[in-house]
Design a protein around this ligand. Structure first.
Ligand code: FES
Ligand code: FES
Length: 165
């Protein structure tokens, strides 16, 4: 039995302590927002936060999360349901294509902005380099991060409104 705190709730999970955190969260807790990509810490699809730090949950045993706070994509909106600035920017910039990598991208972007509230393009590229997007949405991801940081304003919603007007 392993007890973890996830998105503010204590959960007791009857698993082998060596089980990857990703499996426990998806299969035992039914929280499927975090995705499985490569399974070898190379793509970033499975990114969660452990005490606020981004980790690759496919390669982190659940035992490593005992006594720490796990945050997943399900836990980054405010408790009243207000989306985080990063999530809002992801919507306004229409970042996802297939969407598969995006919860990992959002978790990494959230950690980046906590560490570096006004990142440069180079800082964004360096920090986000471990999150692979097979659809190649890197430009939109970078723009959304800058919108969330307040460095740039969104343009996409304006053009969407123009189209529908
Ligand atoms: S699934 Fe964990 S890094 Fe790719
Ligand atoms: S949006 Fe398809 S993998 Fe990133």
């Amino acid at each position: 039995m392993v007890t973890i705190s996830i998105n503010g709730n204590a959960e007791e999970i009857d698993v082998d302590p060596a089980m990857p955190l990703l499996w426990a969260v998806r299969e035992r807790l039914g929280m499927t927002g975090t995705k499985f990509g490569c399974g070898i810490a190379q793509c970033g699809a499975c990114t969660m936060h452990l005490d606020g730090e981004p980790i690759r949950s496919c390669s982190t045993p659940i035992s490593a999360a005992e006594g720490k706070e796990v945050t997943t994509i399900e836990g980054i909106a405010d408790p009243d349901g207000t989306l985080s600035k990063v999530q809002q920017a992801w919507i306004s910039e229409q970042v996802p294509q297939c969407g598969y990598c995006q919860s990992g991208q959002i978790m990494s972007a959230t950690a980046l902005l906590r560490e570096t509230p006004r990142p440069t393009d180079e800082q964004i590229k360096a920090y986000m380099s471990g999150n692979i997007c097979r659809c190649g949405m890197y430009g939109r991801i970078r723009k959304a991060i800058k919108v969330a940081a307040g460095i740039e304003t969104t343009t996409r919603m304006d053009s969407a409104e123009e189209v529908s007007a």
